[in-house]
Design a protein around this ligand. Structure first.
Ligand code: ATP
Length: 505
């Protein structure tokens, strides 16, 4: 695996996986652009998720809801009032930080002084943050007195009291920028699923339990975007809302934690680098009955890759009409606008109730980062040379096979290679590349570095011009394996079966 984020960032830029957003104008912080290889890797990951969670199941439907979201959706979901992180400013450096991030990075003795100043038992950072938010004036002073360091300068700062900052991006729909036209870019894809619950149910006649899956962009005005594509302001999520009967929620919650852990391992992440973390009660969001985060050992630390929450009947309960009649258990805002009953009629008893929901919510970009990090391998060759190999699962690799003509100035060879590329491309297994840049050694190195599992070389034997004067090897090619670097010779008619087998899910 990668040891530092920097080596991944460098590889991503060099080979065309990921670039800084708006780079030519100095960059727009918290945005990244996926390049020729990044777009393939990301699409492959998303397709693998979709295949597993929609196509291979008989209890799931797909959805693609809009990014622009009605203000009331995010009012009733609670995002307008609570989707905020506490932040503090350093008055000296004018830098702004998320309070919990800033505290996490402090030396122990500094934190110790702060725990004592705020009269909080030492240990849980979340309790310290809570105490500081309850008494912001005291908190600002205590941080300065305790010597809380500015991560950028390494010097103690003069800290403002913490205050909340709502992370949603606002925009205006229509030509007039007025309050009534206010809308949001969605901060999560989940709300689009909840508000379409009845539409999907009516259209598909699903019975509980069933789920709705969605992949799409989400936007959060993070106070401190950082760690490459780990924390960004525009990202993608792969989310499932799985609707169950109250009482069966704990079973399904455990089920989904296991399911998701298994899936990430199938994607190539090793079990040792995946850590399920059960959130303690003081960390739980107000609507959640339980949350298990799947943490991954990223080069910058052990951090959240996916969260799996038991959200009870909070979401559908928040957006439904007839709230009083439905016996909602979660604490929800009184809804005076919804036109639909987001509930389920028990086919046996005829009674209406609001299903509970289990939400596995994964970040696509964090997934890509984890895959890249896990796959990144430095190897020393017998020659003493170093090679970098991206040991991605072949199914996820951006390029499945590179077809390389051994000689670029021999039309019989290059034309053969081009025809072969077209033939393999038509199999629909993903991107196949005709590769005639640089010499063969360079081509191999390049494809090792971007994770291409197979390099297929067309040579003189292929076109029936073997050195020994025979044509025994006509229409055969060499296939080089990325990981073992071993080469085998196959007839071109065998390639289809070979690739299908190797790239099968
Ligand atoms: P964090 O605590 O790291 O900010 P979160 O708990 O707020 O994350 P959720 O709201 O649970 O995140 O979102 C679900 C998933 O979406 C996360 O597990 C993560 O993979 C992804 N995600 C959330 N925020 C970002 C972001 N700013 N950049 C990239 N991915 C993100």
């Amino acid at each position: 695996p990668a040891e530092t984020l920097d080596e991944l960032v460098a590889l991503c830029k060099r080979r065309g996986f990921i670039f800084q957003g708006s780079e030519i104008y100095g960059g727009l912080q918290g945005t990244y652009d996926y390049g020729p290889l990044g777009v393939e890797l990301k699409n492959n990951l998303k397709q693998a998720w979709w295949r597993r969670n929609v196509y291979e199941r008989d209890d799931m439907e797909g959805l693609d809801a809009s990014v622009l979201t009605h203000r009331l959706v995010l009012y009733y979901s609670g995002h307008e009032s609570t989707f905020a992180d506490p932040m503090v400013d350093n008055r000296i450096t004018k830098k702004r930080y998320r309070l919990d991030h800033l505290l996490k990075e402090q030396p122990e003795e500094v934190l110790g002084r702060l725990y004592r100043a705020m009269e909080v038992e030492e240990g849980a950072l979340s309790l310290l943050v809570q105490a500081m938010m309850q008494s912001p004036e005291r908190a600002g002073g205590a941080m300065t007195a305790a010597g809380v360091l500015d991560p950028a300068s390494g010097e103690p700062g003069d800290w403002t009291p913490p205050r909340y900052f709502n992370m949603m991006f606002k925009t205006y729909v229509g030509p007039v920028e007025e309050e009534a036209a206010l809308a949001y870019l969605r901060p999560e894809t989940a709300q689009g699923i909840f508000i379409n619950f009845k539409n999907v149910l009516d259209a598909t006649s699903r019975k509980l339990p069933f789920g709705i899956a969605q992949i799409g962009k989400a936007f959060r005005n993070e106070i401190t975007p950082r760690n490459f594509i780990f924390r960004v302001r525009e990202f993608e999520q792969m989310e499932i809302e799985y609707f169950v009967r109250p009482g069966e929620d704990e079973y399904w919650h455990r089920y989904w934690v296991e399911e998701r852990l298994k899936w990430w391992q199938e994607m190539g992440l090793s079990r040792e680098n995946l850590v399920p973390y059960e959130q303690p009660p003081e960390e739980l969001a107000h609507y959640a009955k339980a949350t298990v985060d799947i943490l991954y050992r990223f080069p910058h630390g052990l951090e959240e890759l996916e969260g799996i929450a038991n959200r009870t009947d909070f979401d559908l309960g928040s957006h439904t009409k007839d709230q009083e009649a439905l016996g909602i258990t979660a604490k929800v805002l009184r809804n005076e606008h919804s036109t639909q009953r987001l509930a389920y009629r028990d086919p046996e008893t005829g009674k209406w109730f609001v299903p509970y929901v289990i939400e596995p919510s994964a970040g696509v970009d964090r997934g890509v980062l984890a895959l890249l990090s896990e796959a990144f391998t430095r190897e020393e060759l017998p020659s003493g040379e170093e090679r970098i190999v991206l040991k991605l699962k072949p199914q996820l690799a951006p390029i499945k096979a590179a077809v390389i003509p051994l000689a670029r100035n021999r039309p019989e060879i290059t034309e053969y290679a081009k025809r072969l590329k077209a033939r393999l491309q038509a199999l629909g297994l993903g991107r196949v590349l005709y590769e005639d840049t640089g010499n063969i050694g360079k081509a191999y190195r390049r494809h090792d570095e971007v994770g291409t599992p197979f390099a297929i070389t067309v040579d003189y034997d292929t076109i029936g011009q073997s050195k020994d004067g025979t044509t025994k090897l006509k229409d055969t090619v060499t296939v080089r394996d990325r990981d073992t670097m071993e080469q085998i010779r196959l007839h071109v008619d065998e390639l289809e079966a070979f690739l299908r087998e190797k790239l099968r899910w």
